[in-house]
Ligand binder design. Structure first.
Ligand code: SF4
Length: 197
């Protein structure tokens, strides 16, 4: 997206669903729905996680000499799964020494553990219930992470922001009106097919 917004022809072709010869590509057609974001009146970048989180952590590791213990799960992505298979829970030899003690747990393992050991969870998650398929889930947020992050928020009709307002009106106002997310969400509602159910 960032490259397409800079005008890189390979990236624009991708978002237009065509291959390098300008011919419609079945594989690339799935990107067309994001084409509208090329002209969105706000910044979009794949650098967000790096600039907002990883850069500071790397800096701290460098200055303090400390190594991170993180709660990444192998099941979260193919990249994380492959990294786990390469190093196991503790990567002593890789370029970034790190411990991932939860890596072999699945999200379901964690929810079952919480229920079986009656461990308290933070209010934004609500409570844990069982679906009809037997799987556990939280009644409110499934993940918290960056609480203002808009990635994927159109898929559940912007529910995370409604819940944020109920949970903490002050934070909601800060996010919407100080940081300007109100403007971004209005634009998304007008220009992207949102699931408002
Ligand atoms: S706001 Fe979203 S994309 Fe940005 S750092 Fe947080 S989780 Fe990553």
């Amino acid at each position: 997206m960032e490259a397409a917004r800079r005008g890189a022809s390979w990236a624009v072709r991708k978002l237009n669903g065509v291959n390098k010869n300008g011919i419609s590509s079945k594989y690339r057609r799935r990107y067309i729905k994001w084409n509208v974001l090329i002209d969105a009146p706000f910044l979009i970048s794949n650098q967000c996680c790096f600039q907002m989180k990883e850069k500071q952590l790397l800096q701290y590791e460098k200055e303090s000499g400390k190594k991170p213990i993180v709660a990444l799960l192998a099941e979260e992505s193919e990249r994380r799964r492959m990294a786990y298979l390469r190093t196991g829970c503790n990567s002593f030899d890789s370029s970034r020494v790190m411990s991932k003690p939860l890596a072999f747990w699945t999200e379901q393992d964690i929810l079952w553990y919480i229920v079986e050991h009656d461990i308290g969870i933070a209010p934004p998650y609500g409570s844990i219930i069982k679906n009809t398929d037997g799987k556990l889930r939280c009644t409110k947020e499934q993940r918290t992470g960056c609480m203002f992050c808009p990635v994927g928020c159109h898929l559940d009709g912007f529910g995370k922001y409604r819940r944020l307002r109920e949970y903490n009106q002050q934070l909601y106002d800060y996010c919407m009106y100080e940081l300007g997310l109100d403007f971004v969400l209005k634009w998304i509602k007008e220009n992207i097919n949102c699931n408002m159910n």
